[in-house]
Structure formats: structure tokens, C-alpha cells
Design a protein around this ligand. Structure first.
Ligand SMILES: [Zn+2]
Ligand SMILES: [Zn+2]
Length: 309
């Protein structure tokens, strides 16, 4: 136990804040720390090498363990998820760093958190299971509403200023409220993570399995071929809502959900729920097909921008 949740800030977030306090550019600061500037060309929020962890620990006075806990790889491991250093990673949204530019829309953010809270990136904003800020009950965003660029918080003080690094538009707008139903579903999904962190990852694994199965069973999806954690948050939202409703809400609460009533009353504490998918393989397949039909996928979400866009 590190006493940290996905609410904690990422390591990159910590470093840009530190640089800001010192009046340095992030690159100058990491150069001085012995980390070099090239750390900004990598996805450091995903994982850090041992040497980098040590250098950051020395510079910040934080124990190595705590530094490592600010990376997603460590947090995923704590939840019992098998991880790999590079390439596809279950649950993780990709940011596609090329030099210091971001080519993918994997960095989520809550516009209200950025406006009212400390200028920090939460670990939760790189998890593909998140689409709502449950503190502010608004939808998470992944880019600039003005120019469409992916959020690149480490460039040009974009995080500290809460502005788009390219066109300087403030990121605090637009704010889209999430429905009560969606908020409850998001909280339910987050509880699966807490459960996994506490050593029981079975329901989280089942939820992942259901999400992936629904996408794979969609005949059109096979043509587009991008894993669902690579999609933009607006497209993923529909998948998450549908699958969470079908597999986590339980049959009794389903009709009340459709009327926009929350899940609160139907969740019985102390009683373990199953995932809601039938155990019989053919019944299970039928249910997943039904789910796939209900999700209206954007067939080819522009999840990636061109290198020199
Ligand atoms: Zn928020
Ligand atoms: Zn912009």
C-alpha cells in the first residue's frame, strides 16, 4: 500500500510544477537534475527507469517508492494488471509522443479541475475506464475545443496556464455535465479499481473482458481495428456506459437506469455481484452481440493526428 490512488498526480505533473516553482523551464530543470531533456520526449507518466527514479528522488526528497507510485505502470501493477514497458498496455490511453508533440488524444482532463484546483495531472486521466470527473460530475475532455489539438500539458506551460499549447485557448470551457446515471456508473467502475488494488481484481478483469468482447463482436469494428483504449474519450464513453450498465448495474436496476434514476438504491452493500454476463457461452455471446449492437461506434474515430499537423 502506498496510500496513493489514481487521484494522485503523475510524475510529469510533479516535475512541471517543480520547474514552475523554481522559475526554470522543465527541460532546463531536468538537465540540471541529470535527467536530461529527452525525458520529455518519452511517456514518463507511464514508467520510469531506476536511474530516473533515483535522480528524481534525490532532487525532490521523495522516497523512490513514492516516485515510482506516480507512474501508471506501478499503479496498474498494484491493481494486479500485467504490464509491459512499451507498446500496447491494457487500460492505458496512449499519448503518442513524437519529439515533444502529442499525436494521440490519450491525455484526459477535467476542465473544472484545471480551472479551480492545483495545476496537476491525475493518474486517473490516463485510464481508459474513466470518462467522468466524479468530483465535478462533468465529462472528461482530451483536447482543445478551439483548434482540436490533443492536450499536451508539458509543452509551453500548458498545464500551469490551463491553456492549449498550440492556440492558447483556455481549457476551462466547454464544460459538459454528466448525467446522474453516468456519474453513478463511473463511480461503480472506479470501485472495481479500488477492489483490484485491495487484491480482488476479478470484477475488473471481467469488465475489461466484456468491453473488449463487445468491441470485437461488432462486425464494423474489425475494419477499423483500433483497441478501444486508443479511441477518443467521446467515442469510448458510449461503450463504457453501455457495457457498465449491462454488466455492473444488475438486472433489477436496468429499467430504473433507463428512466435516468441513479444506481444508489439498488446496490446492496455486503453482497457480491457477478458481472451480469451469463455463464453459458452461447447465451453470453448473444448478450455481447446485443450489447455491441447497442453501441453506436464512430466507425473510424480520428484517434491520431498527423505528425506535422
Ligand atoms: Zn474535476
Ligand atoms: Zn487549441
Amino acid at each position: 500500500m502506498h496510500g496513493m490512488s489514481f487521484d494522485h498526480q503523475t510524475i510529469g505533473s510533479l516535475l512541471v510544477n517543480l520547474a514552475w516553482e523554481r522559475g526554470d523551464s522543465p527541460a532546463t530543470m531536468t538537465q540540471r537534475m541529470g535527467l536530461g531533456w529527452s525525458i520529455w520526449t518519452r511517456d514518463m507518466d507511464r514508467s520510469l527507469g531506476d536511474r530516473a527514479v533515483q535522480l528524481i528522488s534525490v532532487a525532490t526528497g521523495l522516497p523512490c517508492d513514492q516516485v515510482r507510485a506516480m507512474t501508471l505502470t506501478r499503479r496498474l501493477q498494484d491493481a494486479g494488471i500485467p504490464t509491459q514497458r512499451n507498446g500496447f498496455q491494457r487500460w492505458l490511453t496512449p499519448i503518442g509522443i513524437y519529439h515533444r508533440q502529442r499525436l494521440r488524444y490519450g491525455q484526459l482532463f477535467c476542465p473544472v479541475c484545471l480551472q479551480t484546483g492545483p495545476a496537476q495531472l491525475r493518474l486517473a486521466w490516463r485510464l481508459a475506464s474513466n470518462w467522468v470527473c466524479s468530483t465535478h460530475t462533468v465529462l472528461l475532455r482530451d483536447g482543445c475545443a478551439q483548434c482540436g489539438t490533443p492536450f499536451a500539458p508539458m509543452r509551453h506551460d500548458a498545464l500551469m496556464l490551463a491553456r492549449c499549447d498550440r492556440c492558447l485557448a483556455p481549457l476551462r470551457t466547454p464544460v459538459e455535465p454528466a448525467s446522474q446515471t453516468e456519474c453513478h456508473l463511473q463511480i461503480r467502475v472506479q470501485s472495481l479499481w479500488r477492489q483490484a488494488m485491495a487484491g480482488d481484481g476479478q470484477q475488473l478483469a471481467s469488465f475489461h473482458e466484456a468491453l473488449t468482447a463487445v468491441v470485437r463482436r461488432d462486425p464494423q469494428f474489425r475494419l477499423s481495428g483500433e483497441p478501444w483504449n486508443f479511441w477518443r474519450v467521446a467515442e469510448r464513453r458510449e461503450l463504457l456506459v453501455n457495457v457498465a450498465q449491462a454488466t455492473l448495474a444488475g438486472p433489477a436496476s436496468h429499467s430504473s437506469l433507463m428512466r435516468g434514476v441513479g444506481l444508489k438504491k439498488t446496490s446492496k452493500p455486503g453482497r457480491r455481484r457477478c458481472t451480469g454476463l451469463p455463464a453459458d457461452p452461447s447465451a453470453r455471446a448473444a448478450k455481447l452481440m446485443q450489447l455491441a449492437a447497442r453501441v453506436r461506434f464512430a466507425r473510424r474515430p480520428k484517434a491520431r493526428i498527423a505528425r506535422n499537423a
